[in-house]
Design a protein around this ligand. Structure first.
Ligand code: NAD
Ligand code: GLY
Length: 367
């Protein structure tokens, strides 16, 4: 059975997120696939090796002319160089303004291929086929596309909404456990920022590894509903969309200090620890109850995610603060943090005093 979540907002054409098993084989059924339409499947070599053949066959069943463009796996592919290679491949395969890009992969591919689709001939259609849990619940929905530059992550990009998101839950079977848990962190984040009952459901499951397919699909659907509601209300992040950054300012600082080395800390792990820190800071400021921090940490820990700085490494408070101020979510040198009143209710706090955050980080184990 597949589930459908509609994404709509004032500034963009509505689209559907389709969630369920065996969707890849049937991908040619969707109206975006037409006989003769030129389609480029942009993927990374790992994902294409595992699932590419079935996607190509599914697309070709529609009568479309399908080409594959593969890039190396990993964050390094979100670069100007790889973007240029992808755009050149689209031109080389003869795509035109009526063509379609299919992004088959995790968030790296969704961001890269989405940006290529936004730029190619001033913007062509694309479909997201997310293959990591993180991409299914987060990055494939909402239209943010980007590459990194040596000066920072996601600094060059565009808002370009997909025409459809096809989240085949079957592809998650080949995903390494650590990646599954990283996606789970973003799902817990959705509960923490907007839906306490959903957080309780995830907390009761504990470890996502081994969760049954129906419970996983239900949870993916609920996360997508939360993200779709936020994006629908504030596509360009004028306000409410910033809530999705819960745990990200602390998390980004930790990732940056570790050189964005995914073997040391994945993005989802950084978000998990970042959420515990955001709740911890909120409790320290008297904004939320201390017991809430414990509940957040217990749920993250049950999912095999880090909850203390010492789980991840040794950090200097000043270095973390510098990174937090560098973060593009900090405006005009002031620190902007997403804080919480309780589980299910986050808010954006501007003008947070750096000295108070420094003291909190030291109490949390930074030197
Ligand atoms: P990723 O795309 O690098 O995928 C992680 C790894 O898993 C890769 O090595 C990939 O080859 C492999 N993989 C993917 N699917 C697989 C499968 N089904 N089976 C086996 N291996 C598989 O990383 P990610 O965690 O999906 O995404 C992280 C990226 O997403 C970051 O660049 C981040 O900035 C971006 N992001 C974007 C948004 C947004 O709104 N656009 C939101 C969150 C994150
Ligand atoms: N992942 C943050 C956003 O989509 O806005």
């Amino acid at each position: 059975m597949s589930r459908i979540v509609a994404v709509s907002g004032a500034g963009f054409r509505p689209y559907e997120v389709v969630i369920g098993p065996n969707l890849i084989e049937a991908i040619g059924q969707w109206p975006e696939l037409r006989p003769g339409r030129a389609v480029a499947v942009v993927s990374d070599q790992t994902v294409f090796g595992l699932h590419g053949e079935r996607v190509m066959a599914g697309l070709e069943a529609s009568g479309a002319r399908v080409h594959a463009v593969q890039v190396p796996p990993g964050e390094a592919s979100k670069s100007f160089g790889t973007l240029e290679q992808v755009l050149d491949a689209l031109l080389g395969h003869g795509l035109d303004r009526s063509s379609l890009v299919v992004a088959l992969g995790g968030g790296v591919i969704g961001d890269l291929a989405g940006l290529a689709a936004a730029l190619f001939m001033r913007g062509i259609d694309f479909i997201q086929v997310p293959t990591t849990l993180l991409a299914q619940v987060d990055s494939s929905v909402g239209g943010k596309t980007a590459i990194d530059t040596p000066r920072g992550k996601n600094l060059v990009g565009a808002f370009h909404q997909p025409r459809r998101v096809v989240a085949d839950t079957g592809v998650l079977r080949t995903l390494p456990d650590r990646q599954l848990r990283s996606g789970w962190a973003e799902m817990l984040k959705h509960g923490l920022l907007a839906d306490a009952a959903y957080f309780d459901v995830l907390a009761a499951i504990g470890d996502p590894v081994g969760v049954d397919d129906t419970a996983l699909a239900e949870a993916i659907e609920q996360s997508v509903r939360i993200k779709a509601a936020v994006v629908g209300a504030d596509e360009r992040e004028a306000g409410q969309r910033a809530l999705l950054n819960l745990g990200h300012t602390f998390g980004h600082a930790l990732e940056a200090e570790l050189g964005f080395d995914e073997s040391l800390l994945t993005h989802g792990e950084a978000v998990a620890l970042g959420c515990v820190l955001a709740f911890g800071y909120s409790a320290g400021e008297g904004l939320c109850a201390e017991a809430e921090v414990e509940r957040v940490a217990t749920a993250m820990q049950a999912a095999g995610l880090p909850t203390r700085l010492s789980d991840v490494g040794a950090f200097k408070a000043d270095a973390l603060l510098d990174r937090m101020a560098d973060d593009k979510k900090a405006e005009g040198g002031r620190l902007t943090l997403v804080l919480a009143r309780r589980i299910g209710e986050a808010f954006v706090a501007r003008d947070v005093e750096a000295a108070r955050v420094r003291a909190f980080l030291k109490a949390a184990g930074a030197t």
